[in-house]
Write a new protein. Structure first.
Length: 114
């Protein structure tokens, strides 16, 4: 089993969800739950920091897309920070780079949130 870690912190006007390991069919539900809970908890501006993610499956894409929908419905937005090239490529191949905004790091992602 691949390792997976998730930590949420608040500050600078947004919540940052730091993810490490693989985001696959086994771990994606935990990410989706964390994103939904963050937005439901009153933080509609969310950054998903993928610096520590080495692999993302279609289930991981769905988890992030559900977070985007929740954040935008709540009047905020969700951005992705520090995605490894192979992870970003999965989003590109799925045609999701027009929906999900990518930034080099969490600080840039927070600054770019609406």
């Amino acid at each position: 089993m691949r390792s997976f870690e998730l930590e949420t912190r608040s500050g600078d006007g947004a919540a940052v969800v730091e993810v490490a390991g693989s985001v696959d069919a086994v771990t994606a539900p935990r990410l989706a739950e964390a994103l939904q809970a963050t937005v439901a908890g009153g933080e509609p501006r969310v950054v998903v920091d993928l610096a520590g993610v080495s692999y993302v499956s279609s289930a991981g894409l769905r988890a992030i897309l559900s977070g985007v929908k929740a954040a935008r419905t709540a009047g905020g937005d969700l951005a992705v920070a520090a995605a490894q090239p192979q992870v970003r490529e999965v989003f590109e191949l799925a045609g999701l780079t027009t929906i999900v905004v990518f930034h080099d790091d969490a600080a840039a992602a927070i600054a770019g949130l609406r």
